[in-house]
Design a binder for this molecule. Sequence first.
Ligand code: PMV
Length: 332
Amino acid sequence: MKNTQRHFVDQIIPHRTPKQKGIGQAPVNIALSKYWGKRNVDLNLPTNSSLSVSLPGLGTETHLEWMENQSDEIYLNKTLLKSDNAFAQRTSLFLDLFRPNTQGGFVVNTINSVPTAAGLASSASGYAALALALNDCFQWDLPLKRLSLLARLGSGSASRSLYNGFALWHKGQLDNGMDSYAEKIDQAWPELCIGLLEIDVSEKPISSTQGMQNTVNHCELYAAWPDKAEADLQKIHQAIERKDFQQLGQTSENNALAMHATMIATWPPILYWQPESVAAMHQIWQLRSEGCEVYFTMDAGPNLKLLFLRQDTQTIQDHFPSVKVIHPFSDE
Ligand code: PMV
């Protein structure tokens, strides 16, 4: 596996000679049309394309430095992690792909402004920030599309976190994975709001990688997913171009529920929801029946992300007092 990945990286980066310290910053992203399932596990190649919106102000900042004659030191939110920590091990494995030699190590300082592993996609902003920090540290000067390819190896959804606003991750056709990267969709939607509804921010019971592979291998309904996901992506892309919020909301909510339906229909079943997640869904459907255009999406966790327009902010805050409202396009 390492060889496949290192060979992939060799085709992208010009050299492995570190020049200086590096810094990278990246936002988290929420998929409106989801990625669920890999066609190649080593290269993180997805079975379907996906489309996301980034959340500015929430994400990861990573500082990186190469040090000769010492092993990796990984700090998460200012705490030095033990070398057997899962986050530290995953980070070091990724850094193996870029190491100039085996004698030295990277000092990595990662600050996350979202809870780690809570279904809020901290791995997406994390690996995008790390790819940017590597680009800075080695002075590769790579374009974002190439960095998207590198970030993808750390976490699939990280390929989309190189961009603000909407991003589209092309699943690609090639076996070598060189055409599976994300691009920015050049459309702003200033009225669009995302509401983060945190139900439970503790560590999730099953990782998204494990969850999606169990689904691919042990769910008969999964066969219908890739085509549906592609069709949904087209509808959402069109909704963005036409600023058709109803189409965006309906398709996103339905896409998320279809993804979760494949998980629930897996054996053994995968259910990320908590009773409070379902209660929040009912509240959203009730609000909608009263005329408020609010929809939701969910990832590999119990938390909900609400989709609504700026004009409905007060209603949403009245009904969900704990909601954190994000304006993805406030600065564009
Ligand atoms: O990038 P990963 O391996 O953490 O997978 C992310 C999967 C979902 O968040 C559920 C969907 C998506 O497209 O972000």
